[in-house]
Write a protein that binds this ligand. Structure first.
Ligand SMILES: NC(=O)C1=CN([C@@H]2O[C@H](COP(=O)(O)OP(=O)(O)OC[C@H]3O[C@@H](n4cnc5c(N)ncnc54)[C@H](O)[C@@H]3O)[C@@H](O)[C@H]2O)C=CC1
Ligand SMILES: [Mg+2]
Ligand SMILES: [Mg+2]
Ligand SMILES: [Mg+2]
Ligand SMILES: [Zn+2]
Length: 461
């Protein structure tokens, strides 16, 4: 990731991605005296007073949503004590943990009930009732809304008809860069342009790669809108069809797409990249032909053994990599490293590719040992993230260290250090006195660090 990051450091995208969060700046929203108060005091005050404007502003940094005061009270508990329904709604929307207990063992619901705050009680009870226990963290690049409909890939007639239908949409890439529209006033800065068959048909021929991505279940034509990706090597051609478009550097540009768009990009880019790289049979070296809507390459040599039985070399690749937050033996610090080509002052989780015959846990232990000299015991899975540069699947974990003496692999890392929780909060919210920071929220590294910081709100670290 960071090799690429530094490569594109000059781009305006990077400036946008790495902008500081202004939530904890000294600039006042409520008056000069309040502005001087430590930000956690302002946070607890706004929850207790039901100051919605201040709370909304401070909670832009969702990492603080479960922060606790000296008595172990969370913002939700304070809002429940005083019955501030709108503040409670904000905490629930931000995904606060309703099960936390304060130092006397009460949850927010206990507090609301004890103080007879009936609206607060029913809001929290409703939330608990409807909160889906299967609700899981999703990372950026995993929000692809398309139904892949793998069974349709073999149905050549269906595919050929779909390719020509009026409702069908095409997204175009030139050298693996998507053709997008810039949305300067939007939170998400770009949108992938959709072309119709009539726009793009002059580009559909044997030379250009086309992949069936799936059916758009959110489209107006509900079940029926098919989406394809097409590789158009000549940017000028795209400009003639839609002069407002521009090519987007996928990294880090794709992080400025709306999450569902980034999910579609993850599938499309990895597929086109694979089709482009694997033109020849890995077994006999003959040319190959694209089939199954772009999801398979078959060897043109009929005698080749890949034409007998099923062979993984005919299918797209995914390269699993682990990425882990290492926790110190005393549970109070986390290990972050600086890759040689990271942007200045950025620290992140250690990461590495899986090797054949390894479990996820063993890869974590080996990579951590190789890169930092630390021995890891238990490894817990956290979440995963497709990382389409070009075909990684990041498997995020928490790794519990048995040792703490660092011996940094200088070939890969410039530095690795143990960080305490308050420093991590500053790095997540861009308030670190030395300007240190962690990757943006679109990166799984950010999410793993944030989870640990949120899990340890009551632990005086
Ligand atoms: N989403 C995120 O937050 C992050 C993603 N990453 C990604 O994690 C992946 C692995 O991290 P690294 O520290 O670079 O791995 P690493 O620690 O295993 O070292 C990289 C080296 O591994 C070797 N290697 C083994 N298998 C490889 C494969 N399939 N493709 C390319 N090189 C391979 C190469 O010699 C390469 O120089 C990278 O793709 C990186 O982009 C890394 C950090 C954060
Ligand atoms: Mg590594
Ligand atoms: Mg490594
Ligand atoms: Mg490695
Ligand atoms: Zn072959």
């Amino acid at each position: 990731m960071l090799t690429l990051l530094s490569q594109y450091r000059h781009l305006k995208h990077v400036k946008y991605l790495y902008r500081p969060l202004s939530v904890m700046s000294s600039e006042s929203r409520t008056g000069p005296d309040d502005a001087k108060k430590p930000f956690t005091d302002r946070f607890f005050d706004s929850a207790a007073n039901g100051n919605i404007e201040e709370l909304t502003h401070l909670l832009k940094a969702t990492v603080i949503v479960d922060e606790r005061n000296d008595n172990g009270w969370t913002g939700l508990m304070l809002a429940s004590r005083y019955g501030h329904a709108n503040a409670i709604k904000i905490f629930l929307e931000k995904g606060c943990d309703v099960n936390l207990v304060n130092k006397t063992g009460q949850t927010a619901l206990d507090i609301a009930q004890f103080w007879d705050q009936s609206e607060a009680t029913s809001l929290i009870m409703d939330y608990v009732k409807h909160d889906n226990p299967d609700k899981q963290l999703r990372n950026f690049f995993s929000y692809n809304p398309l139904l892949r409909c793998a069974e349709k890939r073999k149905d050549t007639n269906w595919l050929e008809n779909k390719m020509r239908e009026d409702s069908t949409k095409y997204i175009a890439f030139c050298e693996l860069q998507p053709y997008v529209l810039s949305l300067p006033d939007n939170k998400w800065k770009y949108q992938i342009i959709r072309f119709c068959y009539s726009d793009i048909q002059s580009c559909i021929n044997d030379k250009h790669l086309v992949v069936f991505l799936g059916i758009n279940k959110n489209g107006d034509e509900t079940e029926e809108q098919a989406v394809f990706a097409i590789d158009v090597p000549d940017e000028k051609k795209l400009k003639t069809i839609n002069p407002d478009g521009t090519l987007l550097q996928p990294f880090p540009g794709s992080m400025m797409l709306e999450p569902s768009e980034a999910g579609i990009l993850a599938e499309a880019r990895t597929m086109l990249d694979w089709l482009d790289r694997y033109k020849f049979c890995a077994t006999c070296g003959s040319s190959t032909s694209v089939t199954e809507g772009g999801h398979k390459r078959v060897c043109d040599n009929k005698e080749c053994k890949t034409n007998k039985g099923i062979h993984n070399t005919c299918y797209p690749r995914t390269d699993p990599s682990v990425i882990m937050l290492v926790i110190s033996p005393d549970g109070k610090r986390c290990l972050l490293g600086r890759g040689k080509r990271f942007p200045p002052k950025m620290y992140s989780c250690l990461a590495g590719f899986m090797e054949p015959g390894e479990t996820i846990e063993d890869t974590c232990r080996r990579e951590v040992h190789e890169e930092s000299g630390i021995e890891v015991g238990r490894v817990d899975y956290h979440s995963s993230q497709p990382w389409p540069f070009p075909a990684s699947l990041m498997l995020g974990c928490l790794a519990y260290a048995k040792t703490e003496h660092l011996k940094v692999d200088e070939d890969e890392l410039e530095d690795a250090r143990w960080f305490r929780r308050p420093e991590l909060v500053q790095m997540l919210t861009r308030q670190h006195p030395e300007g240190l920071f962690v990757p943006p929220e679109q990166a799984i590294a950010h999410q793993i660090i944030k989870s640990w910081v949120r899990k340890t709100t009551n632990s005086n670290l």
